[in-house]
Design a protein around this ligand. Structure first.
Ligand SMILES: Cc1cc2nc3c(=O)[nH]c(=O)nc-3n(C[C@H](O)[C@H](O)[C@H](O)COP(=O)(O)OP(=O)(O)OC[C@H]3O[C@@H](n4cnc5c(N)ncnc54)[C@H](O)[C@@H]3O)c2cc1C
Ligand code: HEM
Length: 398
């Protein structure tokens, strides 16, 4: 427990943090990578260059300082970050490194305000938060290890299949090299690949949503080639059937959790369909009796991944409705056959079928797409507890 004086001192630094904004975390990462260059093998340096990870860390630090007297309001964020950390195999000793650089950053950026008392208060506050993360992460590591087919750290998997699913998306079927079973997961969760190759400048961790329901034997992921993306281009070009990949256990706080009577609306843009595929697979396998709506937007037929799978499932399942938007169809793309609507997803036109009293809405795709989905659903009066989304990168509040 932090004492009142410590809480007061940390709160007093909120205006300072606000005025520094992401300069705080940019400085922090700069000094950390300078003094601890081994962490370049842990963090995604593209997320540093784009500023998305400094922004994510800054929001977390600011939210903590603002809510230091009531950290319970941060529990959902803590849960998400802890899951994410397990995907990078973060260890307790690394919290000392981060803590050191955070305190030094405050000292360097605000030499006048950073009195010994303020630094001491931040040291205590950081220590309290670090302990929460360390405790939760150890629990998650242990849960992964203790499941049937579970493990801790990395495990070697063999690529059993590599299939082109669209112009830019390739799927991979992965089975353990040791021949053992694989742990179950909740549809919506992701695997992390730990890539280590002489062809990469650094080791890289990357998350990929599992795209079929658990079956105890193997996992399936689908990877989109990103322009100038370090890992996705490596995976597309250099990972072949028979190769081994190092994989961390399934994790993530975005997952399907509904009762049999709950209608489910799955909304995706582009490669954001991957977690929805696992959710749909699970719902259909368990004969979900309530309605399921599949809404997907993509560029055109060439970029429409898993089109046939969804069409087949729709024919086989009367309670599955699907609606697809193409932004710029090719001449060969047929309306009604390949897609339903031209343009970007327009939810208002779908209100009659998807505005349902007790439905849960799961969505994933580019940030502007997800912001549109959230704003529209909130605008209809749907409670936030029924909306669930995943950001394919450092988290951002929509
Ligand atoms: C929970 C989760 C689930 C995910 N699931 C999937 C999935 O199922 N399928 C999938 O394909 N992906 C998924 N992702 C995304 C995936 O983890 C990778 O982020 C993605 O493959 C891109 O990695 P990369 O190494 O190719 O690109 P990176 O090298 O990480 O680059 C990312 C993007 O940043 C851009 N960039 C690089 N440098 C800069 C710079 N200086 N300034 C601005 N921009 C820059 C790149 O051009 C690229 O577009 C998921 C991510 C998360 C967090
Ligand atoms: C109290 C301390 C910490 C806080 C508040 C914190 C906060 C965060 C946040 C907000 C994210 C983004 C989460 C998301 O996208 O959902 C994140 C990701 C991450 N954190 Fe932490 N973290 C802490 C400690 C650590 C430590 C000790 C390490 C180990 C070196 C670490 C390594 C990482 C990595 C590697 C990522 C992913 C980065 C990326 O995608 O580029 N964090 N952390």
């Amino acid at each position: 427990m932090l004492d009142t004086r410590t809480i007061e001192l940390v709160k007093s630094t909120v205006p300072l943090l606000e005025s520094a904004n992401t300069a705080l975390t940019e400085h922090f990462y700069k000094r950390m990578f300078r003094d601890n260059p081994e962490l370049k093998d842990v963090f995604n340096l593209s997320h540093q260059a784009s500023g998305r990870q400094p922004a994510a860390l800054f929001s977390a630090v600011l939210a903590y300082a603002r809510n230091i007297d009531n950290p319970a309001v941060l529990s959902a964020a803590v849960e998400r970050i802890a899951h994410k950390h397990t995907g990078f195999a973060i260890q307790p000793a690394q919290y000392d490194i981060v803590g050191h650089h955070l305190l030094e950053t405050i000292r360097e950026l605000a030499p006048d305000a950073a009195t010994p008392e303020v630094i001491d208060a931040w040291a205590q506050a950081y220590g309290a938060l670090a302990n929460i993360f360390i405790g939760r992460e150890e629990q998650l590591y242990r849960q992964s290890e203790q499941k049937d087919g579970g493990w801790r750290g990395t495990r070697a998997f063999v690529v059993k299949e590599k299939q082109q699913q669209s112009e830019h998306i390739v799927s991979f079927l992965l089975a353990p090299a040791d021949g053992g079973p694989v742990a179950a997961f909740k549809p919506g969760q992701y695997l992390t690949l730990h890539l280590d190759s002489p062809n990469l400048e650094h080791k890289e961790y990357r998350q990929y949503s599992l795209c079929q329901a658990p079956n105890g034997r193997e996992y399936r992921i689908a990877v989109k080639r990103e322009p100038n993306g370090v890992a996705s281009n490596f995976i597309h070009d250099q990972v072949q059937v028979g190769d081994q990949l190092l994989v961390l256990p399934p994790a993530g706080d975005f997952f399907l959790e509904v009762s049999a009577h709950t209608p489910v609306v799955l909304l995706s843009g582009g490669v954001g369909l991957t977690p929805m595929l696992a959710m749909l697979d699970q719902l259909l396998k368990q004969g979900h009796p309530a309605d399921i709506h599949w809404l997907h937007a993509c560029e055109n037929g060439a970029q429409h991944a898993f089109k046939q799978d969804i069409q087949q499932q729709r024919q086989a399942n009367a309670n599955l409705n699907s609606h697809v938007w193409y932004r710029s169809p090719a001449d060969t793309d047929l309306p009604a056959e390949d897609y339903d609507e031209l343009g970007i997803m327009n939810l208002n036109a779908m209100k009659n079928s998807i505005y349902l009293d007790d439905a849960h809405y799961y969505f994933c795709g580019p940030l502007p797409f997800m912001a549109m989905v959230k704003d529209t659903l909130i605008g209809w009066g749907i409670a936030e507890e029924r909306l669930h989304y995943e950001v394919f990168g450092p988290h951002q509040q929509l």
